[in-house]
Design a protein around this ligand. Structure first.
Ligand code: AMP
Ligand code: ZN
Length: 114
């Protein structure tokens, strides 16, 4: 996936402000933050979107959610709360076709989303 910008982040070809990394996942600050804390968590493996989650990678997705919870706690978001967002496909507003989860916190978020 040589053209995928998030694969390039995983490979170190594009620099980011990294928050967390382990053998399966990387988390970094979003370039265009929508809340005081806005972090993206991605798998190192190229999975295009939530449409590609299946029994073969569901352990990886679970692992990412545990990482998100730990990052939220480390960033002091756990008490007031936060939002985990996955945009899937055109109508979902997905712009990067490498699955990622937005961790948004630090302000009161509105519902429903636009
Ligand atoms: P989505 O619209 O859900 O696909 O989210 C893609 C997100 O990636 C957007 O919030 C962008 O601001 C963010 N983004 C794109 N390129 C980078 C980058 N090089 N470093 C950090 N965030 C990025
Ligand atoms: Zn990728």
């Amino acid at each position: 996936m040589s053209e995928c910008i998030f694969c390039k982040i995983v490979n170190g070809d594009i620099p980011t402000n990294k928050v967390y990394e382990d053998d399966k996942t990387v988390a970094f600050y979003d370039l265009n933050p929508q809340s005081p804390t806005h972090i993206l968590i991605i798998p190192k493996e190229h999975i295009p979107s939530a449409n590609y989650i299946d029994e073969n990678n569901s352990d990886l997705i679970s692992h990412i959610f545990v990482a998100i919870k730990n990052i939220a706690k480390e960033k002091g978001l756990d008490k007031q709360g936060y939002r985990i967002v996955n945009n899937c496909g055109e109508f979902g507003g997905q712009t990067v076709e490498h699955i990622h989860f937005h961790l948004l916190g630090g302000r009161q978020l509105q519902w429903p989303p636009g």
